[in-house]
Design a protein around this ligand. Structure first.
Ligand SMILES: [Zn+2]
Length: 219
């Protein structure tokens, strides 16, 4: 026998299940993929937000973990390179993925790792990335007033090499432009806020706290 009370109870249970589903799914970023030329990225999107995050160096596993945990909790869109090494390979040649955000930087990173490769082969890769750059940056760039956060790790060996991260960008004299090809360059040109969150490899808690700090202190 069905009564009004049964129906009301079923409705309540239905609403409870629905709200539970909404609550759980709100914390689950939607996953998709995109690419910068031949370089593939996983995209994790959590809600509508002007926050963008990027993880570029495949061996910096602490930064990857920190970002994945962060984007599951806070709104924003994270771009994670699909690579397990620091260096990417295109057509057999190695490049630093944080040196390919300008044509000049791309030429230089190729020249650094492969001075022996033919000019033609290097130029073909530069061209390939030139073709894909604008589309990728359009997806990655935060809207005006937003924020892009790059996550990195350093370790004893790496921190001595100023080529690898953006630290050298911040010690330049004003008005002096060096074309390193790091992500800070197009963000600077577009006038977008860009923050580099870098900690020693293995310091997961510290990196998570820094990301949470930005969330709470940078509007
Ligand atoms: Zn890095």
């Amino acid at each position: 026998m069905r009564t009004a009370t049964d129906r009301s109870l079923r409705l309540k249970i239905g609403l409870f299940v629905l709200s539970l589903f909404v609550a759980l799914s709100a914390d689950t970023p939607v996953e998709s993929t995109t690419s910068f030329g031949p370089i593939e990225f996983t995209v994790l999107r959590n809600g509508e937000s002007d926050r963008r995050y990027i993880w570029l160096h495949g061996d910096e596993k602490t930064a990857e973990k920190a970002l994945k945990k962060h984007i599951a909790r806070y709104q924003g869109t994270a771009f994670l390179i699909r690579n397990h090494e620091r260096i990417i390979r295109i057509d057999g040649l190695r490049l630093d993925p944080n040196r390919i955000f300008t044509p000049d930087g791309t030429s230089k990173t190729l020249m650094k790792y492969h001075p022996e490769a033919s000019r033609k082969k290097r130029e073909a890769i530069v061209e390939l990335l030139n073709e894909g750059r604008e589309n990728f940056l359009r997806q990655l760039s935060p809207p005006e007033g937003g924020l892009l956060v790059a996550v990195h790790n350093n370790s004893r060996g790496y921190s001595l090499d100023s080529e690898l991260h953006d630290a050298d960008d911040f010690t330049e004299k004003p008005g002096v432009t060096k074309y390193h090809g790091s992500l800070s360059e197009p963000m600077g040109k577009q006038g977008r806020r860009y923050v580099n969150v870098e900690v020693r490899l293995g310091r997961l808690k510290q990196q998570r706290r820094m990301l949470a700090y930005l969330e709470e202190h940078l509007p």
